[in-house]
Design a binder for this molecule. Structure first.
Ligand code: ADP
Length: 478
């Protein structure tokens, strides 16, 4: 199954006849292969999705779609341990993280399965003798390109709302990690979705991904990944005058005011950058701390940082390896450049002894007094590197927090209720947490960015708006 593509309800070999190695980041060793899908396979997948959309799938009721989706949620929950083991090996993430991911992956299908028949239209008062209805139609055939950091969660996050709305889908997962995507696709098959409703084409981004993004046969595309590729996706969408939703990462701040509840904040601030080895779009990669408490807070934070343990996925410590040698080298490039420029290192975690030599490990690093204009304070590192920045007062905090090219999420730590709301309102980003951060998947919570973090919203009922189009029907009945 791994070496095949899922098209039109069946597993088939790719046109190329070739495969791509799958490597475990914990030891750098190949342990599986996936099919190298290319443009011809994408053509077949899009054609199958179109047939499904115009055929039986297009005639299903929201209730029928919802029931099928709920069954996928149940199947994922039943296979959660097997899937978590596979996800951990494929991505290198600690097992406990992979287990939490499966809870979220199942939850996407439950949430959108249950929501499928609850998004209603409107009736608009108009001229005498008229009835005007506003309804939400599916987009049609939707394309989905997802990254390697949370393969199973991303599968649910992008496909479940699209299916709930009645679209037929073609998904291109990331070549670095997608084995749980293939396994969950088998579960989707088992619950009995009509052929062509879900198609999965593995392959390289420049081949299968580019072919899907530029395909004239899709009506919408949802992309999560790097800003550079996001630009390509949007350009390809522009060629066909079609909409897209882009989620492109961030440089999200945690703002710690002098009256913050330190004991609550500390573990959350650490986890927000160490979870998934910092390879999370909404990672809290900057911590802004009020000058009056900077030394005290940073002392406590550094102590926690230094105690973090890094190991293989099955050692199940605080942090696993990065996804690939390329990613590790990129992260270490940021760290080495900052060290050379004299940015102070306040703490560095230790790698567990005797880790496999071929693994892609990078120790979490805490930098202090990072100038807000520094690369570390502005660019997405996508690794376990936290940059601390002191600020003077509320206005200073807001200016620094908003002063990057990104705008995805923010955390605010203060006991002052009026300040909580003032600062939350001032944040230029898509999601704000007060005295907390992250939401264990946050399936119900609209999520997305502004500026270089992208546009459009995933998660929550908002995602169903993205995957549907409004149609106004005006009836003159005299
Ligand atoms: P990352 O830096 O996190 O790997 P990418 O943006 O490179 O992020 O990858 C995210 C997803 O986009 C992956 O599925 C990848 O295969 C795909 N991708 C990469 N390049 C392209 C491209 N030129 N066109 C379409 N998809 C691409």
């Amino acid at each position: 199954m791994n070496e095949q593509l899922y098209i039109d309800g069946a597993w088939r070999k790719p046109v190329s006849g070739q495969t791509i190695p799958v490597v475990c980041p914990s030891d750098g060793k190949e342990f599986a292969r996936i099919a190298r899908g290319t443009a011809g396979d994408v053509d077949a997948a899009v054609a199958a999705a179109r047939r499904a959309y115009e055929g039986p799938w297009g005639k299903t009721t929201a209730l029928e779609r919802g029931r099928l989706m709920m069954k996928v949620g149940v199947k994922i929950a039943e296979h959660a341990e097997e899937l978590a083991q596979l996800e951990a090996r494929d991505t290198g993430k600690p097992l406990k993280q992979a287990r939490a991911d499966m809870v979220a992956a199942a939850r996407y299908f439950e949430f959108y399965g249950a929501a499928s028949d609850k998004v209603h239209g409107e009736v608009i008062p108009f001229l005498a003798g008229y009835t005007v209805m506003v309804k939400h139609d599916p987009r049609g055939v939707t394309g989905h390109i997802i990254p390697w950091n949370y393969p199973a969660q991303m599968f649910g996050r992008t496909l479940a709302p699209a299916l709930a709305c009645g679209n037929a889908t073609v998904l291109k997962p990331a070549e670095e990690a997608c084995l749980t995507v293939l396994r969950i696709t088998e579960l989707v098959h088992e619950v009995g979705f009509p052929p062509g409703v879900v198609n999965v084409v593995t392959g390289y981004g420049e081949e299968a991904g580019a072919a899907l993004a530029s395909h004239p046969g899709i009506d919408f595309i949802a992309f999560t990944g790097s800003p550079g590729v996001g630009t390509l996706i949007q350009k390809a969408s522009a060629e066909h005058h079609r909409a897209c939703v882009l989620e492109l990462g961030g440089k999200s701040p945690q703002i710690v005011f002098e009256d913050a509840p330190f004991e609550t904040a500390l573990p959350v601030v650490v986890n927000a950058i160490v979870q998934n080895a910092g390879q999370t779009c909404s990672a809290g990669s900057r911590v802004l701390v009020q000058r009056s408490v900077y030394d005290r807070f940073m002392g406590m934070l550094a102590e926690r940082f230094a105690r973090l343990r890094v190991g293989t996925h099955d050692m199940d410590l605080d942090c696993g390896p990065l996804i690939s040698a390329v990613q590790r080298d990129r992260v270490q490039g940021f760290v080495q450049a900052a060290r050379k420029e004299g940015v102070p290192v306040l703490a560095e975690a230790q790698l567990a002894p005797n880790l496999p030599a071929g693994g892609y490990y990078a120790a979490p690093v805490l930098f202090g007094n990072v100038p807000p204009t520094h690369t570390l304070a502005r660019e997405e590192v996508f690794g376990p590197v936290l940059s601390a920045i002191p600020f003077e007062d509320e206005a200073d905090a807001v200016r620094i927090a908003n002063g990057t090219p990104f705008g995805l999420a923010a955390g605010i730590w203060t006991r002052d209720g009026t300040r909580q709301l003032r600062v939350a309102n001032a944040m230029r980003c898509g999601q704000v947490f007060v005295n907390g951060y992250g939401a264990g998947g946050g399936i119900e919570l609209p999520f997305g960015g502004i500026k270089r973090s992208g546009h459009g919203r995933e998660k929550g009922l908002e995602a169903m708006r993205e995957f549907s189009v409004v149609k106004t029907i005006v009836i003159n009945h005299g």
